[in-house]
Design a protein around this ligand. Structure first.
Ligand SMILES: Nc1ncnc2c1ncn2[C@@H]1O[C@H](COP(=O)(O)OP(=O)(O)OP(=O)(O)O)[C@@H](O)[C@H]1O
Ligand SMILES: [Mg+2]
Length: 216
């Protein structure tokens, strides 16, 4: 589904604590820019990508911050259709030229840019460690160029053997937001995800409750 700005705002309005989180990001940013926040969840389909797009949109609206939304859910990317984009860059080429700016695309919304997921070739091409190193390098480079980084990731469960696992990326971000789809994900699983993230160095700053009731 292609998101328009209107659609993002409509969906975002149902995320109960989004504005509070945004206020937290803004106050942190005023003290210590740039700010890099990872968005994850215990299980898939809880609203991570929707929240990332929505937070990006709201953060960019202030007009005085450069905002970059990054899709690090490399094996199941979902951020690009939110902005009518298609993944088009190659991770191997990036590993050689380290040209991040050439791979960042405008979102169509002022002050908000997007780094889609790369187009990955056959599995086994890189080790998890190589992917982790490249992901950290991307975040470090992006910090030089933007005030706010919002990093969309995979869910914590089922455990992901790849580097795109949020458990690996989380320690490279300043803070982590967990999205919880109410009435769907068991409380115990949310707690387990939090423990996994924190034991690997991620700082879980808060939970965003998504009250969305899927008709599926
Ligand atoms: N609050 C909401 N209101 C309406 N639709 C929503 C809401 N939250 C999520 N959705 C819808 O639920 C679906 C899953 O949301 P989304 O892609 O953001 O989840 P995700 O956590 O990123 O999923 P994945 O784990 O597959 O990456 C999407 O179709 C999205 O439009
Ligand atoms: Mg997603």
């Amino acid at each position: 589904m292609e998101f328009t700005e209107k659609k993002i705002v409509q969906v975002f309005s149902e995320l109960a604590e989004a504005n509070r989180i945004l206020a937290g990001i803004t106050s942190l940013m005023d003290r210590q820019p740039p700010v890099c926040w990872m968005i994850t969840s215990a299980a898939w389909g809880e609203g991570k990508t929707t929240l990332t797009a929505g937070l990006g949109l709201l953060a960019a609206r202030s007009g005085d911050k450069r905002v970059l939304a990054i899709d690090m859910n490399w094996y199941s990317p979902g951020l690009h259709p939110c902005f009518g984009l298609t993944p088009a860059w190659d991770l191997q080429q990036y590993a050689q030229d380290k040209n991040l700016i050439g791979r960042i695309r405008p979102s169509g919304i002022p002050h908000l840019d997007v780094l889609t997921a790369p187009v990955l070739k056959e599995s086994g091409e890189n080790s998890g460690a190589e992917y982790a190193g490249l992901a950290r390098e991307i975040l470090n480079q992006a910090r030089q160029m933007y005030d706010v980084l919002l990093v969309d990731t995979a869910s914590v469960f089922p455990a992901n053997r790849r580097m795109t696992d949020p458990v690996v990326i989380g320690s490279a971000c300043d803070a982590t937001i967990m999205v919880v789809l109410t009435g769907v994900t068991p409380r115990q699983q949310v707690k387990q995800a939090q423990v996994r993230l924190e034991s690997s160095g991620a700082k879980v700053a808060g939970v965003v409750v998504n009250n969305w009731k899927s008709r599926m």
